[in-house]
Design a protein around this ligand. Structure first.
Ligand SMILES: O=c1ccn([C@@H]2O[C@H](COP(=O)(O)OP(=O)(O)O[C@H]3O[C@H](CO)[C@@H](O)[C@H](O)[C@H]3O)[C@@H](O)[C@H]2O)c(=O)[nH]1
Length: 455
């Protein structure tokens, strides 16, 4: 939606239709699309009928990316019919492009069948995009998959050798193959739009530019929704309470902890985080949630923090800490009281932190987050490592309180260099998106390609 809004801001002659596939594990699609449609009246939303069975739990357990990919691929005919009957028939203007999510590469074929162009919208970083292309190269050259006994890998998009332990996403064959297949498919699109800015990831961007077998890359980010989710009722009351609490804290004194839409922990780990935070002695604002279970995607909220946190914790920390469920993250990161961000390193959270010059403490949980964290700590010097190889799905993985205390104290007490680097990167981000900046120019090139677009 943010990308669509940006397109319309740059050229309001485009008509934008968004096709939404039902996600069988995240509630009603109608509710979401209806609420989006009521806010963004300039964009048309169409729901793809819910006729495809959900991925089986066994497949999801072995490889969520590959299971979701098969589920998405099964929508090919429905998506094609929708484009023909509800987009092409609805409007006589030619389609400039079918823009697909990074997991929806099957619809690049649909666009080809319909004789229209397609673009991938890549919502993670340039380094992981280059990584997916690298996986497809390895497959094509018949190289073996990653193995725990391998020496660290020399991968063109990372400036430091990459250890096996930070690649948990690619430890299983099905996931490795799934990401390699998507990477291979990207090459058949007419362009790849990346939510990054070239100055942030210059090494990875150079690795992409060095390839002659991929379509043009448009680094148009950071695309950030600075308003955040619109809140109502008790959520809105909590938002005001949080911002008021931050107003009363000294500048750069608060550590903010938040782990994205799907990030949460079991009770034992939540207790340990509490102990680690308390021992650090620093102020904190903690978006505290339980990890998703049984096929659910979203971390869940709970009402009574006292039930699971160490005895007396709430009372002892009442003057230095605040807890919440869903956090108004963008507004929090923008607040001058926030001095560090313990993050799962999801790419949107990373961009938001970079934009607001908040240095990151890394706690990746799943997906490509470990590789994002690796890049931030080792290649870019923008983050302190709390952990780089924690696996939420591994029952024995547990981060001890002392590790949490140490990472928080390191950042808050010796993090000057990182803070300066974050400030420099924030300035670069802000320059990139204004007229003449790298992302602004890339967006213009993308729109020019669409206006003269040929498949
Ligand atoms: O309490 C919360 C939690 C999240 N957010 C917002 O939700 C978004 C979260 O996005 P992101 O940081 O990218 O995390 P995920 O939701 O986990 O994103 C998924 O998609 C990303 C790419 O789009 C990947 O980088 C991640 O690994 C993958 O988990 C951000 O805009 C946050 O500001 C809030 O406002 N409040």
């Amino acid at each position: 939606v943010q990308l669509a809004k940006m397109v319309l801001e740059r050229n309001d002659s485009f008509l934008i239709t968004m096709l939404a596939i039902h996600n069988p594990f995240s509630g009603s699609i109608s509710k979401n699309t209806k609420s989006l449609a009521s806010i963004h009246t300039e964009i048309r939303f169409i729901e793809i009928p819910e006729t495809i069975p959900a991925p089986p739990p066994e497949a999801l357990a072995v490889g969520p990316a590959s299971a979701y990919t098969s589920y998405i691929n099964d929508h090919k005919t429905l998506v094609k019919d929708t484009i023909v009957n509800q987009v092409m028939a609805h409007n006589p203007a030619p389609i400039a492009s079918v823009v697909v999510d990074m997991f929806c590469t099957a619809f690049i074929d649909v666009a080809k069948e319909l004789g229209v162009a397609s673009h991938v919208f890549y919502t993670s970083d340039a380094a992981f995009l280059a990584m997916m292309l690298y996986l497809s190269d390895r497959e094509d050259m018949g190289e073996p998959k990653f193995s725990p006994t391998d020496p660290d890998y020399i991968i063109p998009c990372y400036s430091n050798p990459v250890p096996y332990r930070v690649l948990p996403l690619l430890h299983t064959d099905v996931e490795y193959e799934s990401f390699a297949n998507h990477g291979r498919k990207f090459k058949y699109s007419n362009g790849i739009i990346v939510n990054t800015f070239s100055e942030a990831e210059s090494h990875a961007v150079s690795a992409l530019l060095a390839r002659d077998d991929i379509p043009p890359i448009f680094n148009v980010g950071p695309l950030i929704d600075h308003k955040g989710k619109s809140l109502s009722g008790s959520d809105a009351v909590k938002r005001d309470e949080i911002l008021k609490w931050l107003d009363d804290q000294p500048e750069k004194s608060v550590v903010f902890l938040c782990f994205g839409s799907g990030g949460g922990f079991d009770e034992a780990q939540l207790k340990e985080i509490a102990i680690g935070l308390e021992r650090s002695g620093h102020r904190f604002l903690w978006s505290l949630r339980l990890k998703p279970s049984k096929g659910k995607l979203q971390a869940s909220f709970f009402d009574n923090y006292g039930e699971i946190l160490p005895q007396g914790f709430l009372e002892r920390t009442k003057n230095i800490g605040m807890l919440c469920g869903w956090a108004p993250q963008v507004e929090i990161l923008a607040h001058k009281a926030v001095g560090a961000f313990v993050s799962h390193c999801g790419w949107n959270s990373t961009l938001e932190a970079l934009w607001y010059a908040v240095p990151i403490i890394t706690w990746p949980l799943y997906g490509e987050q470990h590789m994002n964290a690796f890049q931030l700590v080792k290649d870019l010097g923008l983050a302190v490592e709390l952990t780089l190889d924690f696996r939420r799905d591994c029952p024995t993985d547990f981060v001890k309180a002392e590790v949490i205390t140490k990472a928080v104290k390191t950042m808050m007490e010796q993090g000057g260099k990182l803070r300066n680097k974050a400030k420099e990167t924030s300035e670069m981000a802000k320059k990139a998106v204004v007229e003449g900046g790298s992302s602004y120019v890339a967006f213009g090139n993308l729109i020019d390609q669409w206006l003269g677009s040929k498949p």
